[in-house]
Each structure stands twice: as structure tokens, then as C-alpha cells.
Design a protein around this ligand. Structure first.
Ligand SMILES: *Cc1c(COP(=O)(O)O)cnc(C)c1O
Length: 489
């Protein structure tokens, strides 16, 4: 148990018999022992606790906190995750007591402002999506996918179209897409990516049938590419009576520039915790808004916020075709407040600038590292770029080794080995919030690492060298966390 000792020798593991944190003044009132208060039979005879001074403990926890990596401490180019910087002002606004202290069981008349925020945010997101309306209820992207598919199921049931049991999903899709479809009871059929990185149209045509319920597409795709024939693809699906779902978890490339609804999509989801200013990576809460066209509106989950006579906001529960309830109360309200503040603060022009800079930054990296790490597909990318480390195979070096070495340079690694269709994939998403200086330093580190692969491949294979722990069995490490002090037994 000497993991952190390179940084700080005075740690919890360094218990010293007799050392203590606080010395209290001598009692001037009668003493009660714990045994008096709890009953002696409830006391363990021995409770081995580390014996430390207050300073030992403060240094221990401060040292642990420095082992966290976050967007506040450095560049975090984890593709498909949009780890962008979220302005602190939006957190401050969400923490204002008028928002943070209200209770979901308060009478409607006393929370009109909160309902107005949610109602207006839905309208803003529906506008960004190019769709009729939206609901803020799903807790995350995967939850939003499940909700959308449940609504699609209800839609076909309502139309009496039995037998639409298949959902088509490209092979590059995020893993949640097939998982949500299967969870909802659909059969998943995979569509291959063509050689240019876009969906293979002939494969799609062959797969579409009267059994197709929906086509789930990510645009830009998880290869970071814009699906250029999207209008034609939606048209093909609609001709077969199928609906088209847009996985819009990462809307950073499209904000204010293009709208999925205009492309022909019938339903989409947003991840508020990726695109709209809720920090993520710590386990939540997040927000997965879905926006829908009119045809799906009757099936929205309850409650639905309505705006009666243009004055009073209320929650409507009585909706004959609703799929029911999917979240307690109305979803994560403070996540909605952050998104509202973010959108209102940027305005339409600001949102468009977000997208322009996200795309510019990704292409800057794509071009700058092209000799060392060529992009998997040659065309201009969107908000992220998928490159291959396959060229380093001849030195016995893998994408994983490159990522581990990046940690030594102080960077969080990009997404590895995803999409599965690209050999030795590194998926880099710089986001719009990073400066040119940061991008330059990152690119120089990658280029330097490709030189190291040639000169000293072992250096990469054994990286990282400056972290408390080096290579872990990542599956086991997640399942068997070792975060507890023990006497060593
Ligand atoms: C993150 C992501 C999801 C899933 O979102 P969660 O909020 O993690 O459930 C789905 N699709 C894509 C493309 C994503 O990047």
C-alpha cells in the first residue's frame, strides 16, 4: 500500500501509534464515555483506525484530489464525450436559491418561473433541432434513446402497424444505440459503413423493409463525418414507412448551422451534459432532451408543461396516448437552468460560433498531426477527428501505448479503439473552448510520441511513468476499487 508515497510520505498508510489530530481541553463537566451512551455491548473492543495528525489527513486528501484529472486541470480530448469547458457563471446561476431551493411538490402557482424556464428551454431546443416540440425528462442520452424508441413503438401500435420490429443502426454507432433498441424489444440490424466513411446506401436500401421501425443515425457520425446524403437517406426510410432517429448527443458541430429536423429526422436527442454546459464525467446528474416532430407529440411522457392562455404554466398529466412516466417529477431541473443560461448567454450568433470553432479546432489538429497520425478518412471532419495509430505497428506500438504516453505529457488520452471499424483508432475531440496554444502543445506531444515510437518503443509500451499507478487491468480496476484504508489484512 505505498501507492501515493512518491508524492507525499505522510499518508493514511503512514499511521504512527499515539499520534492524534486534535487535543481538546480538559473537561469541566461530568464525562460520559461512549459505553455509557451506547451500552457497552454495542462497542467493538478494537476498532483499528489510522493514527494521524490533522496535517497528515489534510495533506492526504489534498494529494488525492490532485490525482483527479478534469477539464479544470487540463486538456481533455475524449472523442464523442464533448469534454468542453463549461462557464462557471452557469453553475452560479443554477445555484441561486430561487432555483436550487424550490421543491418539486410545491404548488404550481409558486413555481411559475421554474415552469417557464423549462417551457422556454424546450422551445429553444426544439428550434435548434428544427422540430415541433421537446421534453426535458430523460436523465441521459441512453435514457433519451430508450424513450424515443418507446414512443416510436407506441406510434406504430396506435397506427395498427404491427410487425415493425427492426431497428437499423450503422456499425460505427455509439454502443448505447443497439443497447437501447434491444432493451426496448426491437431486433437490431447493422448497416455497414461505406469506404468513404458514410453509410453504405445500397446496404441501407436492401435492409429497409415493412418490418423496419426506425433507422438510428448519428450525424455527424461517430467517425466525425457529416452524412452528406442525409436527405436522401431519410427519404428512403420514410418511403418504407420507417421513422428516422438522430443521435444528437454531440451537437457541437451543428449548433446554429444545420437542423436535424430540416434534414428529415423525426426525433432526436441532445445531451445537455455534453453540449449545453452541464459538467459531466462524475456520474451525473445529466440531461437527455428529446425533440420530436408533430407525429410523435401525442406519445410524449407525462407530465407535459403547458402554457394556458399565454399566462399560466401548468403540468398536464391527462394525455390519452402518453407512454407514461419515465422520470420522477420533471427531470433534472438545475441541468435545465444551466442549459437555459448557456443558450441565453450565447444567443443565436454565439451558438453558431461554438459550432464553427469546434469544427475548426478538430480540423486544425487533423491537419497538424496528419504525417504522424493520418485521419481514417481524408475529408474535412466535423467536431472530432478519428485518426489511426496503425502506422506505429511496425515498431510494436499500439494506439493504447500512445494514449498512455500522452498521460506523461499531462494530457487526458483521446477515446481509444472506437469506432471499432477503424484499426488502432484514436478519436480526438478538442471542442471549441480550447486555445490555439493548447492545441499546438497537444499536437507537438503527439508528434514527439510518434518519434519516440521509432527510437524507444519500450518507453511507450511501459507508459505512463509519472502516475501513482501505471498499467491497470482496467476491467478489474473498475469492478474492484481499492479506496479503503486497512490494517493490511
Ligand atoms: C455519450 C453518447 C451517448 C450516450 O449518452 P449518455 O448520456 O452517456 O447515456 C449516445 N450517443 C453518442 C453518440 C454519445 O456520444
Amino acid at each position: 500500500m505505498s501507492r501515493y508515497t512518491h508524492q507525499n510520505p505522510l499518508l493514511i498508510e503512514g499511521s504512527v501509534p499515539g499520534r492524534r489530530g486534535v487535543r481538546t481541553a480538559t473537561l469541566d463537566v461530568p464525562a460520559h464515555s461512549l459505553g455509557d451512551m451506547l451500552g457497552a455491548e454495542n462497542l467493538r473492543r478494537e476498532l483499528p483506525m489510522p493514527e494521524l495528525s490533522e496535517l497528515d489527513v489534510v495533506r492526504h486528501y489534498t494529494s488525492l484530489s490532485h490525482h483527479n484529472y478534469s477539464i479544470d486541470s487540463g486538456f481533455y480530448p475524449l472523442g464523442s464525450c464533448t469534454m468542453k469547458y463549461n462557464p462557471k457563471v452557469n453553475d452560479r446561476i443554477a445555484a441561486m436559491p430561487g432555483y436550487s431551493r424550490i421543491h418539486p411538490l410545491q404548488p404550481e402557482e409558486t413555481v411559475q418561473g421554474a415552469l417557464q424556464i423549462m417551457y422556454e428551454l424546450q422551445a429553444m431546443l426544439a428550434e435548434i433541432a428544427g422540430m415541433a416540440t421537446a421534453t426535458l425528462q430523460p436523465a441521459a442520452g441512453a435514457h433519451a434513446e430508450l424513450l424515443s424508441l418507446m414512443m416510436i413503438q407506441a406510434y406504430y401500435r396506435h397506427r395498427g402497424e404491427e410487425g415493425r420490429e427492426v431497428v437499423l443502426i450503422p456499425d460505427s454507432a455509439h454502443g448505447t444505440n443497439p443497447a437501447s433498441a434491444a432493451r426496448c424489444g426491437f431486433t437490431v440490424q447493422t448497416i455497414k459503413t461505406g469506404s468513404n466513411g458514410n453509410i453504405d446506401l445500397s446496404g441501407l436500401k436492401a435492409a429497409l423493409s415493412t418490418q423496419t421501425a426506425a433507422l438510428m443515425l448519428t450525424n455527424p457520425s461517430t467517425l466525425g463525418l457529416f452524412e452528406t446524403r442525409i436527405a436522401e437517406i431519410c427519404e428512403l426510410a420514410h418511403q418504407r414507412g420507417a421513422l428516422v432517429y438522430c443521435d444528437g448527443a454531440n451537437m457541437n458541430a451543428l449548433l446554429g448551422i444545420a437542423r436535424p429536423g430540416d434534414m428529415g429526422f423525426d426525433v432526436m436527442h441532445f445531451n445537455l451534459h455534453k453540449t449545453f454546459s452541464t459538467p459531466h464525467g462524475g456520474g451525473g446528474p445529466g440531461g437527455g432532451v428529446i425533440a420530436v416532430q408533430r407525429c410523435l407529440e401525442p406519445f410524449l411522457p407525462v407530465p407535459v408543461i403547458i402554457h394556458k392562455d399565454g399566462r399560466h404554466y401548468s403540468l398536464e398529466e391527462d394525455r390519452p396516448h402518453t407512454i407514461g412516466r419515465i422520470h420522477s417529477f420533471y427531470g433534472a431541473f438545475l441541468v435545465a437552468v444551466r442549459a437555459y443560461a448557456y443558450i441565453a448567454g450565447l444567443g443565436a450568433d454565439g451558438l453558431r460560433e461554438v459550432a464553427e470553432n469546434a469544427v475548426l479546432n478538430a480540423n486544425y489538429i487533423r491537419a497538424k498531426i496528419a504525417e504522424s497520425f493520418p485521419a481514417a478518412f481524408p475529408q474535412t471532419c466535423m467536431h472530432e477527428v478519428v485518426v489511426s495509430a496503425g502506422g506505429l505497428r511496425r515498431h510494436g506500438v499500439k494506439a493504447l501505448d500512445v494514449s498512455k504516453r500522452l498521460i506523461d505529457y499531462g494530457f487526458h488520452p483521446p477515446t481509444n479503439y472506437f469506432p471499432l471499424t477503424v484499426p488502432e483508432a484514436l478519436m480526438i475531440e478538442p471542442t471549441e473552448t480550447e486555445s490555439k496554444q493548447t492545441l499546438d502543445t497537444f499536437c507537438e506531444a503527439l508528434i514527439q510520441i510518434s518519434r519516440e515510437a521509432e527510437d524507444d518503443p519500450e518507453l511507450l509500451r511501459t507508459a505512463p511513468h509519472h502516475t501513482p499507478v501505471s498499467r491497470l487491468n482496467e476491467t478489474a480496476a473498475v469492478k474492484k476499487l481499492d479506496v479503503r484504508w486497512s490494517t493490511g489484512g
